[in-house]
Ligand binder design. Sequence first.
Ligand code: HEM
Length: 566
Amino acid sequence: MASAASCDPSAVPFTLLGALLTAGPAAWPACVGGGRAFLRDYAQRGTNALLWAGLLAVTWLLLLRVAALLRLWALGSRIPGPHALLADPGLAAVLRTGGDIAGFLSKLHDSYGPVVRLWVGPSQLLVSVKDPTLVKEVLTKAEDKLPLTGRTYNLACGRLGLFVSSFVKVKSTRESLKIFLNEKLTVGAGQSSFKIFDTVMDRISSINSKDSLDSRSLSHHMAFNIIGATLLGDAFFDWSDAVTYEELLMLVAKDGCFWASYAVCPFWNPSYRRYQNLCAKLKILTEKIIRKSRDKKSSLRHFDQGSYLKSKGAVKDSKIGVLDETMAGQFFRGAAQGPLSSEEEICGNIMGLMLHGISTSGNLIDNILTRLVLFPKLQEQLHVEIVSVCNGSPELEVDDVLRMQFLLATVCESARLLPAGPLLQRCSLQHDLTLGSGITVPAGAILVVPLPLVQMDASVWGNDANQFNPHRFLKKDIDLGAPKGSNGINLFTKLVKTESFLPFGSGSRACVGQKFVILAISMLIANLLRKYEVQPHPSMSREMDSGSSHFNHLPNPNIILTKRRI
Ligand code: HEM
């Protein structure tokens, strides 16, 4: 009887707590294995419980994913667009062949109205918006960038606080950069600032000794010097590695988007490894020039203390704190007050700005130079304006450029006709967007604004919408921002057609460099046209004949810079 009682398996505790409350393994029945059996059993039950919990969690996540997908399909199908569900074949063909995406979207807008949806894949919805009022709403409400944009910069530049998808993460760095760039303009106002142009002009005259210049490479070279010197100070000009740095930037910019489009980076692919090597070299050189810029600053302290203090006053109320005039890294450090202040991130931000700023500014300069070659009368008119505003003064200042309305109009018209890319891209990662028209765009959808359609919309810009005509920016109802006080830079604030003029985007993620770059490029062109006449090389093809003004896709002319007799 005693042995039957001791073999009662129910005497073995079921839980660890039960075991602790009993007298311990010594008291458990030997016939079921005693303490060892309990522990084995306990481990088995624990493992099973963990597996069940894991299974339930995965099932729950899958259910959430399926629910999100069903919701995306349900909301997406309510937006007008072609029927193709899994992936639109027309869009896939355009993306595959690198065709004219704006032209493709134009046809869809003609058929389906101002908001069109397209399926890029079963879980990727693209929504194109063309109507100016809705565009404004989208650009204000959708505060995030596509994850691909963040990945592209991240892959090339490492950790950075600019260009990342989430607006929350980018906000403070945006603010500090804006202050830094405005500071450049403020310091310049009323003084002989923007000295970088003297050096850029010297460089131009040195390379001009060649027979002719390729407009595109010359433009990118000028952009490289302007952005580099702006961010890194004068140290940038006597940097022996500058040529290598410029070449590396071009190579990295070329392939960045392609490699970022992989969900898992193909580290086994030799071409990808080569790309990574280029990025690593670029990073080393960026670190080097940042160090050089800091050294130069501490040894020379060449900037004007008076204007520096004045500019400090201009940002006194800002949470960002004191700004350092010559060393870009300081600005990002100032902005961060926390995780954004790491050296790695400063380097990443500078690399990102160089990549973005050089390609966009280079394209705009190239675009303007080509127009000057195409339209000799335009060049003549600009020269007359520049000479009359300068009135014999050898120095060109920011305030002078603000008075050159026709020059500013030429820069804007060039940016209108040939934007940096065909699409502005946004998304709202967390929330659905309900537009005024009653359409709801689900969270995570890719929102695009086809810039050529908006900026060349005949109903807004008139029948000559696709012709180059800077005078349209000089009409009475459009004010490019006359100087109001010494730092009155009010470009575009009164431009009535702001929703249809978006080369720099708009809303919460608008380009931080827009005012700076418009003035910098205008200043460059003013300096150039004062000294040189831009002419086509005689070998240039007939398509450059100035009789034709339909060049939205401009050729890359060989140009000659002929020194003017002053
Ligand atoms: C002609 C030259 C330039 C063009 C055409 C241009 C154009 C653009 C465009 C279209 C965007 C996206 C805007 C949006 O989604 O609404 C952008 C973003 C940005 N641009 Fe520019 N840009 C130029 C030069 C510069 C320069 C010189 C800088 C600074 C040195 C700069 C800094 C930025 C930054 C930081 C962003 C990202 C803002 C964010 O992620 O929130 N850009 N730019």
